[in-house]
Structures are given as C-alpha cells and as structure tokens.
Design a protein around this ligand. Structure first.
Ligand code: ADP
Ligand code: MG
Length: 318
C-alpha cells in the first residue's frame, strides 16, 4: 500500500524535536513561533517547479538543497537571521526512495543553517517544492532595495555566471562540469555576510535572475541609475577557462543567466572599508563593479568604452 500523506509527514518530516523558539511545531493546524523580544520578522517564499527551476531528473538531495538556498538567499539579502521554515511539497507519487533522500538532505541543511521545520503541506500532483522562510531582523538594520543613493558603490559577492554555465553543461562533458553543476544545484546563500553587512549597508538584493535584472530592481525602487564596468564583474577561474576556450566571454549569460544567489549591495563610501574587512574575515569575495548614478538607466560598460545592450535583462516567467 502506498504511503499516505500522514505517513510521509510522520516518517520524514515530523521527526525532529522543536527548538526553543518554536512554541508548537508540526502536528497541529498551525505552528506557533516565539520571536525574540525587540526583533522583527522577515518572511519570504519561493517555489521550485520541476522542469522550470530544476531539471526533471535532478537528484532529490539537490532539489532539497536548492529550495532551501533560494529562500535563505532572500533572507540574506535583507540581513535577516533564518529561524523557521515551512515546506509545501507536491509529489507525483509516494516514491519513498525519493522522499527519503529529499528529507535527509533537507534536515541536514536545516541543521547547518540552524533552522526549524515548523509545518507545511503535502499534496499530490506534478513535482513542486514551495518553502517559506522566516527570519529575525533588527528593523533598524535592514538592507532594502529602495535605499541606493547616487555615489554609492556597487559591490557583488562571489562570482557570477557559474550556474548559468552549469545549465548549459547539463548534457555536455567539459572540464569543471561537476563544479559548474554544483554551483547550479547547490548555491550557498550568503547568510553570515548578509547579517554582518546589514549593520553598515542599507541597500542590497540577492542575484537570482542575473545582475542586470536584479540591480535593475534596486535602480527602479531607489529611482537612480548605475554604471557597471564589465571588466570588474567577478568571474570564477573555472568560468574564465570556459570562456577562454569559447574565444569570448558570454556577457549576456553572465549578467542575465541567473541562479547566482550572490548578493549585490549599494554601499556608501564611508562604509566601504569596514565591509571589505568584514568580507575578508568571513572569507567572502567582494568586488566593486560600478557606481550608482543620479542619471537613470543601467549602463554596462565594456573595455573599449562602448555599452553592452542586453536583449533580455534576466529570467522572466511570462
Ligand atoms: P491541515 O489539514 O490542517 O492543513 P495537514 O494534515 O496538511 O494539516 O498537516 C498536518 C501537519 O503536518 C501540520 O502541522 C502541517 O503543518 C504539517 N505538514 C504537512 N506537510 C508537511 C511537510 N511536507 N513538511 C512539514 N510539515 C508538514
Ligand atoms: Mg493541508
């Protein structure tokens, strides 16, 4: 007899003792959480659909990892500390091998990020995973999209374009293929850096749809423009080698491929030294790629001084 949704919940998800900040965990109509006094809650949700956000044949553990990472990346972009997760799973069948692999990785990642699974929903249908992540934040130290000011310098963490290359390599064997696929399937949300940065930085976004589109959201919300120098956009050693072989850097792929889950920050000049020190202490690469300008529009400057025009700024669903 196939497992019922209640069997699945009890066997795979309601298996952990609730943490101290969970008044009531899995098993009732609602979870009840106990936020620390004086803190505000930051709430986000993201859905991953098979065939859209991950290949239909993706490993269950990779899907678990990515679903959590994309949600935690949103919290990182605000400077929030992740605490509680809800998980809504739509499953095509009661394939317990799949569910077990998914749940094992999910619990391992929750432990790593010190989050509690407090509830969710389990339904039948085409494979899709929706998470809600709830974090705590000091609302005097938030990073928001609408806080960029002319003269701010634009920084990005890590390297861009690796996941987009990974997506191109799903069916091709090239050097560093596994490394690129790990960047695609197992992004690392910049939680610790985001929390520290929020003490000094008022404006950030996480790069999920590509730098061009996501920086574009900052520009729109802040009513400013930006200049970005492509030469300063950080590429991994692996991406450089990949593009060298191709004979050219595919800038549209780097800037609009998406799935980077790095942070983009607009930083005032006086906060730069402390942020750079903080990034070095946390071992997070942090690169200045340009400036916020009073003039509207996003200008992507190539080495020869001409501007790159992207036909498509980033991933859009419709
Ligand atoms: P209801 O019918 O009241 O929505 P459910 O029967 O769907 O409750 O769920 C029972 C309990 O199990 C609830 O506490 C719910 O939050 C939790 N739950 C359901 N699915 C999951 C899941 N995939 N992961 C974690 N908790 C879950
Ligand atoms: Mg339900």
């Amino acid at each position: 007899m196939p497992a019922s949704e209640f069997d699945i919940i009890n066997r795979y998800f309601a298996t952990h003792q609730p943490a101290a900040d969970v008044s009531l965990g899995i098993g009732d109509d609602c979870a009840v959480i106990a936020p620390p006094p004086g803190k505000a809650l930051a709430v986000t949700t993201d859905t991953l659909v098979a065939g859209i956000h991950f290949p239909p044949a993706a490993a269950a553990a990779d899907i678990a990892c990515k679903a959590l990472a994309v949600n935690l990346s949103d919290l990182a972009a605000m400077g929030a500390e992740p605490r509680w997760i809800t998980l809504s799973l739509t499953l095509p069948g009661g394939d317990e091998v799949w569910i077990e692999a998914f749940a094992a990785e999910f619990h391992a990642q929750l432990q790593r990020y010190r989050c509690s699974l407090i509830g969710g929903d389990t339904t039948h249908g085409p494979l899709s995973v929706t998470l809600q992540a709830i974090g705590v934040v000091d609302d005097r130290h938030l990073m928001r999209r609408d806080r960029a000011k002319p003269g701010d310098r634009i920084y990005v963490t890590g390297t861009l374009g690796d996941a987009a290359i990974g997506l191109q390599l799903l069916e091709r064997a090239v050097p560093d293929r596994e490394w690129f696929l790990a960047r695609l399937n197992r992004p690392e949300p910049r939680i610790d850096f985001g929390r520290c940065a929020a003490q000094y930085c008022a404006c950030a976004i996480d790069i999920s749809d590509g730098l061009a589109a996501d920086l574009g959201h900052i520009l729109e919300r802040s009513r400013v423009g930006a200049r970005v120098r492509l030469r300063d956009v950080p590429l991994s050693r692996q991406a450089r080698a990949y593009f060298e072989k191709a004979g050219t850097i595919d800038w549209p792929l780097v800037l609009a491929g998406g799935d980077d889950y790095e942070l983009c920050l607009a930083l005032s000049a006086d906060a730069e030294p402390v942020l750079l020190q903080m990034a070095a202490d946390l071992n997070v690469p942090l690169a200045c790629v340009g400036e916020i300008t009073r003039d509207m529009g996003l200008h992507l400057l190539q080495d020869d001084g001409t501007e790159l025009n992207l036909s498509r700024a980033g991933y859009t669903h419709f």
